[in-house]
Design a binder for this molecule. Structure first.
Ligand code: ZN
Length: 177
């Protein structure tokens, strides 16, 4: 089925690409600034559109450096510590406390498609009891990706040949009148 799609829409099978695309990013949320985000929505006709929304800035862990921020006397007496573990937001430069900004994972919805599928699970003794199950899971993911590819393919096809197609599907009886 995959080979029916032109190369542009073929779903690559690659563990490496899959890992790159589904990579879950760990972030801390800045309490002082928000940024414009978007998610891509694909409707049942295969049209993709971007939906924008404002959200507290989520900063990837690799862009954050933690440091001990000294606090003044009063605060030090209150919390019983001379410093607090902090980080500076790279976007708004404000100081955030580590205790106020726990690490969270950026997750994808279970129906998200990535235009790629991981390699078919290989059979070995260790997976013999669950092999059917993990193959079914793989197939489900693969079919979902192919489905998306097909929709995108059909959409482009109809965009190009749309008017011609309508002529073709006109009922024969109509022409005979
Ligand atoms: Zn910020």
């Amino acid at each position: 089925m995959n080979t029916l799609l032109t190369s542009k829409y073929t779903i690559p099978i690659s563990d490496e690409l899959w890992e790159q695309r589904i990579y879950i990013q760990q972030t801390r949320t800045c309490k002082h600034c928000s940024s414009k985000q978007y998610r891509t929505i694909t409707d049942e006709k295969g049209n993709s559109s971007k939906e924008y929304f404002e959200e507290w800035s989520k900063i990837p862990l690799k862009e954050i450096t933690l440091y001990e921020d000294r606090v003044d006397h009063v605060v030090a007496m209150l919390i019983g510590k001379k410093s607090r573990l902090s980080w500076d937001c790279p976007l708004c430069k404000s100081v955030n406390l580590v205790e106020d900004s726990p690490i969270s994972n950026k997750k994808y919805g279970s129906n998200a498609t990535f235009g790629v599928v991981y390699e078919k699970p290989k059979w070995n003794l260790a997976v013999r009891s669950s092999y059917d199950k993990i193959c079914m899971k793989w197939l489900t993911v693969f079919l979902r990706e192919i489905d998306m590819g097909l929709m995108a393919f059909q959409k482009e096809y109809f965009d190009q040949h749309g008017s011609g197609m309508k002529e073709d599907i006109r009922p024969i009886s109509h022409e005979m009148k």
